[in-house]
Design a protein around this ligand. Structure first.
Ligand code: HEM
Length: 162
């Protein structure tokens, strides 16, 4: 028995799969949390790209980032539980693989950006200035979040569980 078959057959996965309420609630919480995650990081990216430049980045970004990181925890917990419930399906689902690869890329970017931003806040006096490269990467992050959401929806229709 492979690891995928073993995990799919566990009592834990079976309860998620056979319950009439667990999976739908996981999906609802997943969608709400991903809205906060992608939404809050899109606000940060738009500010970096120059939108709302009257709002000091040193005020906006530290206010929004905790919401983003907290939502990420909820998204990953609910997503992982849904995936475990139908592990034989989602472990080999191509849109899921693309979604998780894109998520890894955009989370590395977000962590590096947040680290650099905090360091500049500590060292600098004024509002951090964003370069052309910062703005291009910020727009790129918005494109990636859009692709992740698209893959999230498509994984139900392409090699999906239903
Ligand atoms: C560890 C990370 C994640 C895992 C394991 C995961 C897993 C899943 C699973 C299993 C589904 C249910 C598919 C279905 O039954 O229809 C799903 C749906 C979805 N996911 Fe994720 N997900 C993760 C992160 C994300 C992130 C970061 C986003 C977007 C920001 C996202 C967006 C979506 C969307 C839009 C859906 C479709 C919801 C629906 O309409 O039912 N997911 N995800």
């Amino acid at each position: 028995m492979s690891f995928i078959e073993w995990l799919h057959a566990t009592g834990y996965a079976t309860v998620i799969r056979e319950s009439l309420i667990i999976y739908p609630y996981l999906q609802v919480i997943h969608i709400v949390a991903l809205s906060f995650l992608a939404g809050s990081l899109t606000v940060v990216s738009l500010r970096v790209a120059g939108l709302g430049s009257r709002i000091p980045a040193r005020d906006l970004i530290p206010t929004v980032m905790p919401l983003a990181w907290a939502s990420l925890v909820v998204v990953v917990l609910t997503g992982t539980h849904m995936a475990v419930g139908f592990f034989e399906v989602f472990a080999v689902n191509d849109p899921m693989k693309i979604k998780l690869a894109l998520l890894a890329v955009v989370l590395i970017y977000t962590a590096r950006f947040h680290y650099r931003f905090n360091r500049e806040l500590l060292l600098g006096s004024g509002d951090p200035v964003f370069t052309g490269r910062d703005k291009a990467l910020a727009i790129g992050a918005i494109v990636i979040w859009t692709l992740i959401i698209t893959m999230g929806k498509l994984l139900a229709y392409i090699q999906g569980k239903d």
